[in-house]
Design a protein around this ligand. Structure first.
Ligand code: SF4
Length: 154
């Protein structure tokens, strides 16, 4: 059976981002994995209980806060747990998550100062998935995903 891949719902065109938008990934390989039925999607922030639209939030160490200073760590934690549960249910060993997000970022995130500054780091969902052995890539790393899939399908 084709290996499943956990993906950020906004990459599949679901309007779940904080600003009510989406960021569809239109790469031909991503679309072919969709057509093959490999993609399992989730928006950790929405599943964690946050509304859409919602205030922009950023990580500050182990906490996640909005620009107005509200602590949203708990819904982010719940969303990460839900994403891990979904990945395990589908035996997904790979994930393609939206880069730069405080939940889904895998190489970079905003630095917590709300000054539009991006730094190396990972979102709360990415961190939990990786701690449980799931390989997480951004939507700009489909070459790496393709290599991993070729090995997994062997
Ligand atoms: S939490 Fe992840 S899936 Fe949800 S909108 Fe943000 S980047 Fe997309």
């Amino acid at each position: 059976m084709a290996k499943k891949i956990l993906v950020s719902a906004c990459l599949l065109g679901h309007k779940v981002r904080y600003d009510n938008g989406d960021v569809p990934c239109l790469g031909p390989r991503f679309l072919s994995w969709y057509e093959e039925g490999r993609l399992v999607s989730i928006c950790p922030e929405v599943v964690g209980g946050l509304p859409t639209p919602r205030p922009d939030a950023q990580r500050q160490g182990d906490r996640v806060v909005t620009g107005a200073g509200a602590d949203v760590t708990e819904p982010f934690r719940k969303g990460a747990e839900a994403a891990l549960k979904l990945a395990l249910e589908h035996e997904a060993e790979l994930a393609i998550l939206k880069q730069d997000s405080p939940s889904c970022g895998s190489l970079f995130i905003y630095d917590g100062t709300f000054t539009d500054t991006i730094v190396p780091g990972e979102g709360t969902t990415t961190e939990l998935l990786r701690r449980n052995g799931i390989k997480v890539y951004g939507e700009d790393q489909l070459d790496e995903v393709e290599r991993e899939l070729a090995q997994a399908d062997r």
